[in-house]
Design a protein around this ligand. Structure first.
Ligand code: NAP
Length: 365
């Protein structure tokens, strides 16, 4: 397999190093906007060179962003090249188009690194979906917020200090919005739900509440309750309807999810017959993520099918039947509700907009 690598940042560099010296695949060209004298392969800033090079059979995209990545991947597929990408933003925004094009062009498309970083989550999910009817997926899929919530729980550090620490350690970006507001986790949920249920759901339909308004009084209340807060994603299938949401969630202190600390991820799928399976590990970082990219390349070299699943039926999100108890903090302090639907919980938060509010779901014990 001859690979063109688009992007040479955290993931691209790690993937390049992991691929060095392998007999089954090699990076022959790197697309880079700057000179890379340290590289032994061809370096170009012109994507046309890669398109025209018939010896390149696979394009690995680790640039990030929507454009030019989307245009490049479409052109590469039309030229008969397989695609591996770590780009969750792109996969969510153009899921249907990319799958359809891969099928039409008879090429493979893989994005295992886009959800769960180094955890073989999407491959395990698609494998499980071929064996059983999956009824739920959920988990901690954002390392930045898990690091911050773990630190706030353990040491009582305030939100702003924790965020600065996460930025200094390279866990949070200069603009942390996508992480702390839950948008990054939501994109990973979209990909997880799509593969689990053979559907195509829209990112913007999934209600999302992040952690940016959490305060010390919340942590004190949760300690009293014997609970630990995690930013959790969840999607379920009931009678053909798909519920999905991103919400801080309160777990009993001794539960495995509550014990997942630092930047770690933990994801779980539920099959109608085989029950729950959980996976944990590094959800980000150069080598873990680069390893997932490499495993996708190896799968393609070994002749895997076009995409993980063949179905991608468009489905609306319907949270009117998913019921839970919630911790709701408005100007009057925090209270726990009785069982209400997820749709109602998010509607209450919407009505209280403008106040300092926080919402967290209570996981049943
Ligand atoms: N980092 C992680 O742990 C992780 C985990 C899972 C998934 N991902 C995904 O992996 C992708 C890459 O992430 P990253 O952390 O490696 O990003 P990064 O460190 O910012 O690297 C991005 C690289 O792409 C290059 N690039 C951007 N636009 C380009 C263009 N138009 N033409 C040529 N090169 C271009 C950048 O070049 P310059 O240096 O010239 O700007 C840089 O080398 C993203 O989609 C991200 O969501 C990352």
């Amino acid at each position: 397999m001859n690979i063109a690598l688009l992007g040479f940042g955290t993931v691209g560099r790690a993937f390049y190093e992991l691929a060095l010296g392998r007999g089954d695949l090699r990076v022959t060209t790197v697309l880079s906007r700057r000179a890379r004298p340290e590289l032994r392969c061809t370096v170009t800033d012109r994507f046309e060179d890669i398109l025209r090079d018939r010896s390149i059979d696979t394009v690995v995209e680790v640039m990030g962003g929507l454009e030019p990545a989307y245009g490049y991947l479409c052109e590469a597929m039309r030229a008969g090249k397989h695609i591996v990408t770590a780009n969750k933003q792109l996969m969510c925004a153009h899921y249907d188009e990319l799958l359809t094009l891969a099928q039409e062009c008879g090429v493979s498309l893989r994005c295992t690194a886009a959800a769960g970083g180094g955890i073989p989550w999407l491959t395990s999910l698609s494998r499980a979906a071929r064996l059983d009817e999956l009824t739920a997926v959920g988990g901690i899929l954002n390392g930045t917020t898990n690091y911050m919530l773990s630190a706030m729980t353990a040491s009582g550090t305030d939100y702003t200090t924790c965020l600065r620490e996460a930025q200094a350690l390279g866990y949070a970006e200069a603009d942390p919005t996508a992480d702390v507001e839950g948008y990054d986790a939501r994109r990973k949920l979209v990909l997880s739900a799509n593969l689990a249920f053979g559907v195509s759901v829209r990112e913007e339909e999934i209600p999302c509440f992040g952690i940016s308004s959490v305060d010390a009084a919340d942590f004190a209340a949760w300690r009293e309750m014997g609970r630990v807060c995690k930013l959790f994603v969840r999607a379920e299938r009931h009678d053909g309807r798909i519920s999905a949401f991103v919400c801080p969630t309160l777990f009993p202190t001794a539960s495995p999810v509550a014990q997942t600390n630092g930047t770690g991820n933990l994801v779980t799928l539920r099959g109608a017959r085989f029950g729950e399976l959980s996976f944990s590990g590094a959800g980000a970082g150069g080598y873990p993520t680069g390893s997932s990219v490499l495993s996708d390349c190896v799968d393609i070299a070994e002749g895997c099918p076009s995409f993980y699943v063949t179905r991608h039926e468009p489905k609306p999100i319907d949270n009117s039947a998913a019921v839970s108890r919630f911790y709701l903090r408005t100007g009057d302090g925090g209270t726990c509700t009785g069982p209400i639907t997820v749709a109602e919980a998010f509607a209450r938060i919407e009505r209280a907009r403008g106040e300092q509010v926080f919402l967290a779901r209570l996981e049943e014990e």
